[in-house]
Design a protein around this ligand. Structure first.
Ligand code: DX5
Ligand code: ZN
Length: 226
């Protein structure tokens, strides 16, 4: 059995004057989930959204909400994002946390949320190996986190393959997500390397027809992994 392809528009690329409409557009266009980027100005230099935007999205759409924490103290915020309606919460493996990462992922699961672990482009695959049994999803950043609209970093591709091979050898059917610079072409490259879940901000919100864009990206990913 192969994992289904998932396409997730990133709300960071929506018009911040019309965020609710941006969330609805993703759902109406056939998105599998909505990706919401949380930045605290410390872990990454930028500031973005908080739990109120997650809560607004939960009221506005029915699709799962994928919450990507780029913050220095995720342990202090997880309960708030779970209460706000997050379906998956991603923490970065690079974050310094006061509790251990295993404890953090356990806490997310105990709150009824899927736990996800994220690696920056330069972080080696081995960094997430201690957590792969606990994570429902592994997010390989394909840009340096903090901003939308950056260029895809192709050197991440072998790492995606290494993680998929490790999951296969452990007989784990875990989603591998990619995030940053994802478009039709780079989604195909990532799918061929073992990713099945694709976050795209600029490439989808920049289109006049997001529905066609999601459908084309899905087809490109399906073809590439055969
Ligand atoms: C970057 C964020 C991404 C961002 C992707 O730190 O994690 O989710 O929205 O934007 P694009 O698709 O424009 O590279
Ligand atoms: Zn993200």
């Amino acid at each position: 059995m192969s994992l289904s392809i998932k396409i997730l528009p990133s709300l960071l690329a929506a018009d911040f004057g019309k965020l609710e409409a941006g969330a609805r557009l993703a759902e109406l266009s056939g998105a599998d989930e909505l990706h919401i980027d949380i930045m605290d100005g410390h872990f990454v230099p930028n500031l973005s959204m908080g739990p109120d935007v997650v809560e607004m999205s939960r009221r506005s759409v029915k699709i799962p909400l994928s919450v990507h924490l780029m913050v220095t103290s995720p342990e202090q915020m997880i309960a708030r994002f779970a209460k706000a309606g997050a379906s998956t919460i991603f923490v970065h493996v690079e974050e310094a946390v006061t509790c251990d990462k295993q404890g953090l992922l356990k806490l997310i699961a105990e709150l009824g949320v899927r736990p996800g672990i994220t690696l920056n482009p330069e972080t080696e695959a081995e960094a997430v190996f201690p957590y792969i049994g606990q994570a429902s999803e592994i997010l390989c950043m394909t840009v340096h986190p903090g901003y939308g609209g950056q260029d895809f970093i192709e050197s991440v591709l072998p790492k995606i393959r290494t993680i998929r091979e490790r999951l296969n050898s452990d007989k784990l059917e875990t989603d591998i997500m990619v995030d940053g610079g994802i478009n039709m072409k780079t989604a195909a490259l990532c799918a061929a390397s073992g990713a099945n879940s694709f976050v795209a901000g600029t490439a989808l919100y920049g289109l006049s027809d997001m529905k066609a864009g999601i459908s084309d990206m899905r087809i490109a990913a399906e073809r590439a992994r055969r």
